[in-house]
Design a protein around this ligand. Structure first.
Ligand code: SF4
Ligand code: SF4
Length: 423
């Protein structure tokens, strides 16, 4: 099996295909701390792409309550269980060496096996990646156990009985927003015996060729995020297409400029920012200091990949929730969690400005600039001096046109006296 470099793992890993990379990569950052689970994103996707016969159970975008539930039910617990079992049988540990951090390995080095390597270590070697196919029952609810704080499972009597305070709550839950990660090393693509799945060279979007697919469902079984779905009415599999006509700039609203997907643009909580990352000759992200995604992921390291240990190098990144116990978060987002939460809790002047770009425009922003403003607030937080400045952040489209201008402090509008009590 060829070896490819996975920067999220800080090492080379086995993958069925040799390195080949797109010029740009579709990617996104979700700020979990702000999501209100309104499901507007979910419905924006549903009403655009999955409203037809045989798609009733499909939610290409879903927002699920963690730690319980998931869609399909327990998708991550089951895959983590398979990976644990593979490590136990091989007498290995799924640990990270976070001491070896460097610019090309920002989270250190993962020393365990990925889903590709674990599949080669076991008895079921006909599979390229470790996985399972969910039952019909497991696909039934996109947000099973909604809003249920199951974090204090050791003693259910404790639920909601304790006063809640940061940094970590005793009883907790959070919302996890999910769609296909358009992975750098997609397990769905490598699993397909028909070669029906491909990654586009122009933007890294992963698609299923509906004409080649024969509905073997290998992608459903081997995608660790469970994002390909089988459509009984057509007997083929489907998945998120990253609203590619919008990303291509085909929507008239943005006049030819790349545009964010429906689920991103609809986000009420302003938790989503989507973009395109420039990929260098070596397949890793080319330095692009003032691209908002590059800054959040590579410079500030405040947004982290979902289950990087699976090995697909997912291109969805999350700002972890501050109130959730750290061991749970480290399992989900890797060893960068503590640094990311620290950075988010005491944001730098630049980070606070860039966070204002979330949902400031439907046009994809490729660059930002900050215009400095005056100091508006200062105080000591947890023994540290912290100041806030009313900076202005300006976002630019691919062609360099200004598409967003936002200040850190929300402007106040005072209703003129003649309009008082006018409603
Ligand atoms: S999340 Fe799953 S379906 Fe999407 S590209 Fe990765 S492996 Fe394929
Ligand atoms: S629209 Fe935004 S805030 Fe609402 S559920 Fe989706 S991600 Fe969360």
């Amino acid at each position: 099996m060829p070896e490819v470099f996975n920067w999220q793992l800080g090492r080379k890993m086995n993958y069925p295909y040799a390195e080949r990379h797109p010029r740009w990569q579709f990617a996104f950052v979700f700020n979990i701390n702000r999501c209100i689970a309104c499901q507007t994103c979910t419905m924006a996707c549903k009403s655009t792409w999955t409203f037809s016969k045989g798609q009733e159970y499909m939610w290409w975008n879903n927002v699920e309550t963690k730690p319980y539930g998931g869609y399909p039910r327990s998708w991550d617990v089951k895959t983590l269980g398979l990976l644990d079992e593979a490590h136990r049988k091989a007498g290995r540990n799924a640990s990270w060496d976070a001491g070896q951090r460097a610019s090309d390995r920002p989270y250190g080095t993962y020393e365990g096996m990925t889903i590709f390597e674990a599949a080669r270590s076991g008895e079921r070697r006909e599979e390229v990646a470790l996985g399972y196919e969910p039952s019909d029952e497991e696909w039934r609810a996109p947000n099973f156990y909604e809003d249920t704080a199951t974090g204090a499972q050791d003693d259910p009597a404790k639920l909601n009985m304790k006063p809640v305070s940061l940094p970590v709550h005793d009883t907790w839950f959070f919302y996890l927003q999910r769609l296909c990660n358009h992975c750098t090393y997609p397990a769905c693509l490598s699993a397909c015996p028909r070669g029906a799945i491909y990654k586009r060279p122009e933007d890294g979007i992963v698609l299923i060729d509906q004409g080649r697919c024969r509905g073997y469902r290998k992608c459903v079984a081997q995608c660790p995020y469970k994002k390909p779905m089988f459509r009984a009415a057509t007997r083929v599999s489907e998945k998120c297409i990253a609203c590619y006509p919008r990303v291509e700039g085909k929507d008239p609203v943005t006049a030819g400029e790349p545009m964010e997907t429906r689920c991103m643009a609809a986000c009420v909580g302003k938790i989503r920012l989507q973009g395109l990352a420039r990929i260098g000759e070596d397949g890793t992200w080319a330095e692009d200091r003032y691209n908002p995604l590059y800054y959040l992921i590579k410079v500030e390291k405040v947004a982290l990949p979902l289950y990087p240990q699976f090995g697909t190098e997912p291109n969805g990144y999350y700002i972890p929730p501050r109130w959730v116990p750290r061991p749970y978060l480290r399992q989900m987002f890797g060893p960068g969690v503590d640094e990311a939460i620290e950075k988010y809790s005491f944001p730098s002047r630049e980070l606070l400005a860039v966070l204002q770009l979330f949902r400031a425009s439907q046009t994809i922003m490729f660059r930002y600039e900050i215009i400095e403003g005056e100091k508006i607030f200062e105080r000591t937080v947890n023994g540290k001096r912290w100041a806030m400045y009313n900076d202005t952040v300006v976002g630019f489209s691919k062609s360099g046109k200004e598409v967003a201008r936002v200040t850190v402090e929300e402007p106040k509008y005072v209703r003129p006296a003649k309009h008082y009590n006018s409603i």
